[in-house]
Design a protein around this ligand. Structure first.
Ligand SMILES: [Zn+2]
Ligand SMILES: [Zn+2]
Length: 418
């Protein structure tokens, strides 16, 4: 039996288990469903179902490797795109290690240009985040080999935490309106379901993306900046800080940064030795006078340039690194909650917003909990699953729990042994 057939059997057993239920998204029948079929490796789109029972029957019959539904609601979900009758969409966010440069990615992620005419013989290759275009031939197709490690999850969790904070504190969504999921691979999905955001168009969603990513953020008091341009630097620009939104994020962030700073850290940020010395010796007084009383130009040796560097640093710490394309696409298909991921065999799994730090995807999203398999592992780093640590393995025959064997096979790192 081929390894892929073996995994297919596991997927069959999972969906055909009478205890399996499909957690239906709201407005179930108004959504488009799409499936990547396991055996055919073909995408089936534009499906709709009257009830979750119908979808469940389809899952059990066809056994897809991946299940998606539209974030949008349609009058006719099965019609062609232009005839579907778009009637709104959830606001969704995707935070994925694929798009975030991590130090672990440089170790465990590889890409190779698959343009046969690539200027580098055999196709240019590299490690880390896959580029949008091949640096050698501008090709856009790549073969990738990725891994999901704990550092990937920690990184995406941090970004997700920042996003949740913005959604609740800046946008005012309640915990009940926000749904948080492990994506099934190496990231998180956030779905916001709220009447007010359903009808937002692409432009409005792009505005939300800009807010979350700090794009076009105007940190300065414009009047004073214009003034300073015309009249030599008599009155340097100042920050527009306040008690809500980005104004509060910058205010709190800059205060916290200075209070926790060291002279060396400040110099590393590009601040002059003299400025760093003054700042690190008078932290409380400077925070009080400059940030709280808005008197930016009253400390000798700590000029606007210094504040700019601190503000930029804080901004980059505060933004949430989301996949911007996903949020602005009002027809987006997103993986369905409670279904298996075809690259890992893990589930897309929902957990309460407040459990973001407690939920361990490598425990909570494990689907296959019984049995073991003998596999030949070509190459796998150390990994954890269901609380157990495995590997690293190189060219070795091992007996692994089903979930670990499925993961390695789907990642192209192991073959099942008869
Ligand atoms: Zn190339
Ligand atoms: Zn990683």
């Amino acid at each position: 039996m081929s390894s892929r057939d073996w995994v297919y059997e596991k997927f069959c057993a999972y969906y055909r288990n009478p205890r399996y239920t499909f957690p239906s998204p709201p407005s179930f029948s108004q959504r488009e469903y799409a499936f990547l079929l396991f055996k055919e490796r073909a995408m089936v789109r534009h499906k709709s179902f009257v009830s979750p029972t119908g979808l469940l029957a389809y899952l059990r019959e066809r056994i897809p490797s991946d299940v998606y539904h539209s974030c949008a609601y349609y009058e006719n979900p099965e019609a062609d795109m232009d005839k579907k009758g778009w009637s709104g969409a959830d606001l969704v966010f995707d935070i994925d290690a694929d798009h975030i440069p991590t130090s672990c990615g440089k170790i465990h992620d590889e890409w190779k240009c698959s343009n046969p005419g690539c200027l580098v013989a055999g196709g240019m290759s590299g490690r880390g985040v896959t580029p949008e275009e091949c640096p050698a031939c501008s090709g856009v197709k790549f073969e990738t080999k990725t891994w999901a490690c704990e550092e990937c999850i920690d990184t995406t969790r941090t970004e997700t935490r920042k996003l949740l904070d913005m959604l609740m504190n800046d946008f005012g969504f309640s915990e009940q309106e926000i749904h948080t999921y492990f994506s099934g691979h190496r990231g998180y999905h956030i779905h916001v379901e709220n009447e007010a955001i359903r009808s937002l168009d692409t432009m409005a969603r792009k505005e939300i993306v800009d807010y979350v990513c700090g794009i076009g953020l105007d940190m300065f008091d414009k009047k004073r900046r214009d003034h300073s341009k015309s009249k030599r630097k008599t009155s340097p620009p100042s920050f527009t800080l306040g008690n809500y939104g980005w104004k509060k994020r910058l205010k709190d962030g800059m205060s916290k940064y200075i209070l926790n700073s060291t002279k060396d850290g400040l110099i590393e940020l590009g601040i002059s030795k003299k400025g760093a010395d003054t700042l690190s010796k008078n932290k409380e007084a400077i925070v009080h006078r400059c940030i709280e009383e808005n008197r930016w130009d009253t400390v000798k040796g700590v000029g606007f340039e210094t504040w700019m560097r601190i503000a930029e640093y804080v901004k980059n710490q505060e933004i949430a690194q989301i996949d911007t394309v996903v949020t602005s696409d009002i027809h987006r298909l997103i993986r369905a909650n409670g279904t298996l991921h075809g690259k890992t065999g893990l589930l897309k799994a929902e957990f309460p917003v407040k459990d973001i730090d407690r939920f361990d995807p490598f425990v909570g999203a494990v689907a296959f909990k019984e049995g073991t398999a003998h596999v030949f592992v070509s190459d796998a780093p150390e990994f954890k699953l269901s609380g157990e640590t495995f590997g690293p393995y190189k060219q070795r025959k091992v007996e692994l729990p089903t979930a670990a064997a499925v993961l390695l096979i789907l990642k192209g790192r192991a073959e099942v042994q008869e």
